[in-house]
Design a binder for this molecule. Structure first.
Ligand code: ADP
Ligand code: MG
Length: 228
C-alpha cells in the first residue's frame, strides 16, 4: 500500500505531574493523492499530530511512518534529511522573509538540500508559476497581499516536490477573499496530484477536503475514510 503518512497507535505523553497524554493511540493512513482535513476542538491534539506527522517530534510509543520511514527509529540527522526532502509545511503566519523577493523566498525552500544557487532560482521560478505568481517573482514579499504571501509560502513548501504537503490553518490570517484564493489553489494543486493534509478550524476549508478526520481528546473520533 502506498501510504505517504501512516500512524499506528501513536501516542505522545508530555512529562509532568500528572503527565499529559496529548495523543492517546492514533492510527490513520494518508495515501498519495488525498486532500484530508484534520479538525477538532482546541486541545484535541491537532498540533501534536502535526508535529509527529512532520517529524518535528517523535511519538512516545507507537509508530509514525513518513514516506515509509518509521521516524521513531531514525537518527536526528536522518530525520532532518527526511524533513528536508519529503515534507512541505505551510503555516498560518506565512513566515516569509519580508525584504526578500518572492523568488528568493521560494528558493530558500531548497537551502537544506545542497542545490546550487542557479538551480534553486530556476526551480523557484517554476514553483511560483505553479501558484500563479510568476508575475510577482521580483517583488519584495512585504509588498504582496496576504493571499499572495501565502501562495509564495505554498510555492516554497512545494519547490522541492515533496510527496506530502501539510498546511496548518493556512487561511487563518486571511480575509475571506484571500482565503478563498488560497483554498482554491490548494484544491487545484491536489487535483494536479499533490497530497495535502490541512489542519483547520474553518468549515469552508474542511468542506473543501474530500476526507475529514476529527480529533477529540487525543483520539480520532471520526474519519470519513481514505479517498485514494
Ligand atoms: P490542539 O492543537 O488541538 O489545540 P495540542 O496538540 O496543542 O491540541 O494539545 C493537546 C493536549 O496536549 C492539550 O491538553 C495540551 O495542553 C497538551 N500539550 C500540548 N503540547 C504540550 C507540551 N509541550 N507540554 C505539555 N502539554 C502539552
Ligand atoms: Mg494547536
Amino acid at each position: 500500500m502506498n501510504a505517504v503518512l501512516e500512524l499506528r497507535d501513536a501516542r505522545k505523553t508530555y512529562p509532568g505531574s500528572p503527565p499529559v497524554e496529548s495523543i492517546r493511540g492514533v492510527s490513520l493512513a494518508v495515501r498519495g493523492g488525498e486532500l484530508a482535513a484534520v479538525v477538532g476542538p482546541s486541545g484535541s491534539g491537532k498540533s501534536t499530530l502535526l508535529n509527529l506527522a512532520t517529524g518535528l517530534d517523535r511519538p512516545t510509543s507507537g509508530s509514525v511512518r513518513i514516506a515509509g520511514e518509521p521516524i521513531e527509529r531514525l537518527s536526528d540527522r536522518r530525520l532532518a534529511g527526511l524533513r528536508a526532502y519529503r515534507i512541505g509545511v505551510v503555516f498560518q503566519q506565512f513566515h516569509l522573509l519580508p525584504q526578500l523577493s518572492a523568488l528568493d523566498n521560494v528558493a530558500t525552500g531548497l537551502l537544506y538540500r545542497g542545490v546550487p544557487a542557479g538551480r534553486r532560482r530556476a526551480d523557484a521560478a517554476e514553483a511560483l508559476s505553479r501558484v500563479g505568481l510568476a508575475h510577482r517573482a521580483h517583488q519584495r514579499a512585504r509588498t504582496l497581499s496576504g493571499g499572495e504571501q501565502q501562495r509564495v509560502a505554498i510555492a516554497r513548501a512545494l519547490v522541492g516536490r515533496p510527496p506530502i504537503l501539510f498546511a496548518d490553518e493556512p487561511t487563518g490570517n486571511l480575509d475571506s477573499a484571500n482565503g478563498a484564493e488560497v483554498l482554491g489553489l490548494l484544491r487545484r494543486l491536489n487535483v494536479e496530484g499533490t497530497t495535502i493534509v490541512v489542519i483547520t478550524h474553518s468549515d469552508e476549508v474542511a468542506g473543501a477536503a474530500r476526507r475529514k478526520i476529527t480529533l477529540r481528546d487525543g483520539l480520532v473520533a471520526h474519519d470519513t475514510g481514505s479517498t485514494a
